[in-house]
Design a protein around this ligand. Sequence first.
Ligand code: SF4
Length: 532
Amino acid sequence: MVYPRFMADSFWNFSEACELVGARYPAIPLGLITVAALLPKSWNVRLVNRNTEELADSDLDWADMVMTGGMLFQQSDSLELIDMCRARGLPVVVGGPDATSSPHRYESANFRVLGEVEDIIGQFIADWEQGVREGMYVAPKFQVDVTKTPVPRFDLLKFEQYLYIGVQFSRGCPFTCEFCDIIELYGRSPRTKSHDQMLAELEALYRLGYRGHVDFVDDNLIGNKKAIKAFLPTLEKWIEQHDYPFEFTTEASLNLTDDGELLAMLKRSNFFAVFVGIESPDTETLIAMRKKQNTRRSIPESVHKIYHAGMFVTAGFIVGFDTERGSVAEPMIELIEESAIPIAMVGLLYALPNTQLTRRLAREGRLHVDHDSAPAGKGDQCTAGVNYETKRSRLEILRDYRKILERVYDPDAFCGRLERLAGMLDCSNRRKELPEGDIRRRLSTINMVHELLSRLPEGRERFWKAFTACMSRNPQSVRAIVTLMAFYLHVGPYSRYVMKQIDRQIEDLEQGRFVAPKLLPPVAPERVAVNA
Ligand code: SF4
């Protein structure tokens, strides 16, 4: 099993934060180790994650088959890997979200196993055993009963290579955000695992000796509120009985803040951070993108409720929607500041394959011809977004985007948000000591603070001032504050790298050097539906 490399320059790799605690990459290849658990016991599996280690010739010589797959921003490496295997005569099987959304990009693989794999892997295995060496298997949509999904092969991982370990409770989300591919891949009725099954996964990690940060990778953990509220007391009891070996994070929609009981349950279950998709400060834009759950509320107040429940918030914001009127920069900066969100992942809108947005743009004839191929070069949606013809001027979108990055990741602004966060974050139930074996133990030492400050390229004095202010205001928030400072080691310089790339694009537009990519001709609605 080979997990392809992500694009080198990405908001999400937090490379400097990884280095600080001796890890190599934030997240594990949870999909591949789940597939590994579905294979016959007699098959020997070796896992190579190209984001954390080299794929050696000897690995390929050893294998009878290579299984791979990943997301759009792993497409280039996936295709390279497929070519490498085929050149050696080694059969290669591809699956995962990008191959499912854009199967035509992966025709060079011997096998394509598309969609949720649990119900089709058996047929693939039977065919393979019969000597079949080419084929395509397509899972019916959203049919998999996840209560039958086995415990992932966590034993294949080298825990020390990762910042955190992922587990999954549910698949699917009830909302309808236009730009989102989750609902196309997993459906709108969240399917959840059983309590015993989740505890078996945590127990497996515990027995293998893992201690530390565990991320519930669900795209919206509260998609089925009834199910998660039924599970959390079980989780709370388990971690208490096991003396708090794990601290949790997840992703959730902002309507989480409408349910005080759920917030309190997450707090008691040892959740310390949540990623929330906020996307835009503009109500008309939120309605147009069908993110109504973020309207009719004060977003800053909602975020502060999460702080009062002991979890810090990281959030996603997007620039480039059709309905943006005039500049969105100032309102977006104001929203991030008022909410006191230190890490705001601000990206350019990217029409992902297999979304309502992409189907609409296809009907309107506004999609770039190569919209579903991974962006050339090393970047992600921060540098290579807007893969469609914009309604608002492209130049204005890019200027807005640059302004937001410049202001939000200015060290003084970042530190100000940290200080305000420390004033609100209720860490009263947070254990002071992390368990033995947790790589984040290094983060809670004063030496680590000095090391971190020595690595900060600029604003060192400002960061020290913020650290001391946070400590006098809320000493229990130390771990959260140091963690967020460690993230700045990556996002600070990364935002400046993105600004440079955007400056080049702005200059090309201003100088008339920008050559607009060719557009796909408009696609008739019924044809779009067939493709979808
Ligand atoms: S809430 Fe999140 S996961 Fe759900 S549809 Fe919207 S973007 Fe997708």
